[in-house]
Design a binder for this molecule. Sequence first.
Ligand SMILES: Cc1ncc(COP(=O)(O)O)c(C=O)c1O
Length: 416
Amino acid sequence: MTTQSSITHLGNQISPPRNIINPRLDALPDYPFERLRTLLDPLAAPANLPPIALSLGEPQHPYPDFVGDILHANRHLYGKYPPVAGTPEFRRAVADWLTRRYDLPEGMLDPDRHIAPCAGTREALFRTAFMAVPPEKSGQQPVVLMPNPFYQCYAGAAIAAGAEPVFVPALSENGFLPDFSGLDEDILARTALVYFCTPGNPQGAVADLAYLENLVALSRKYDFTLVVDECYAEIYNGDPPPGTLQVCAAQNDDMSGILVFHSLSKRSNVAGLRSGFVAGDGEMLMLFRRLSEYGGSPSPLPVYAAATALWQDEDHVIANRALYGEKFDLAERILSNRFGFYRPQGGFFLWLDVGDGEAATKELWARAAIRVLPGSYLSADDGIHDNPGRRYIRVAMVHDKAVMEDALARISDTLS
Ligand SMILES: Cc1ncc(COP(=O)(O)O)c(C=O)c1O
């Protein structure tokens, strides 16, 4: 079965002077939020309604008070260059959290070898492509696979690293989980790196252990690096989403070629703290740290101290998850049976089928002062399939309950 598609168009391009620019970057389009500004700036929102931004996945829930206290108590450390490997306390807290959360065997994770911090996962996800994409694979240009729709960083990283991004449809028909193993043999043989996200952004689909096992097996068969972005792992409805390290644990702790990414941005509502980590293949993480030494920007030491305490605390995470649960109850009540509403298994987005996502985005802004993101801005036009996000809008359920209730009612009234 051929389900893959390669890039022909992601959006508007910019045209800097030709002689000083890496031509690869011609394929990088405007980022979705820039495209959204271009779409909505010409339109006026109603003056009598407070604008509500549901376009950006930036949690507005409170974060624990101890974060401020710890940053303040450690403020004398802002004068020090922080180590790229983070602090031993940070690495230990992360290894302990992973072990508890995924029920991993004691000792599977060596904090010094299998954990590397990052200043938010976006830059680290991006940098991974430079580490994982060789000049050639099977004698040809390497391929980087990702779901379609996808977190935009994946495509930017693939393009900047000189690979061909190949978008694998994640549609409602396949439970929003891309069928990587159904790709043509020649594509798989050229694959150097796969980006996969569970729970997924934007649709909230959760891969079960069998799916992750197949993906790990595929990575071993075709010798590619498997990156699993698990940054929404702590926001879920029902059972906790499984993690890829559980698959490794069942295979004699073999983490070769596997990297998982976690972030405090969504788990702990501290997107501005810029703190996450990568865990997995020890050899790759040595290289990852080496690249950090040359060109990385590690988090400040007070941030490592606050992050350590956040990974050690579950109370705020449980409260956070409960708050999202209440807001999805609201959404279910206000939107159910319309716009293809479903309650996502994980993450904090609604992915609503509104027929024409761009038109609905304009209407919501012009008539209801609600800012959402057209699904097509998160998906690639590949010239083969219809853009899989075209019919959708993404709604980030990031505000408190009262604001979300107002916003959901406005969405319902406007689009009905
Ligand atoms: C799927 C996904 N991965 C990674 C990130 C990056 O998060 P951060 O850089 O804050 O860790 C985001 C942020 O929106 C995301 O949606």
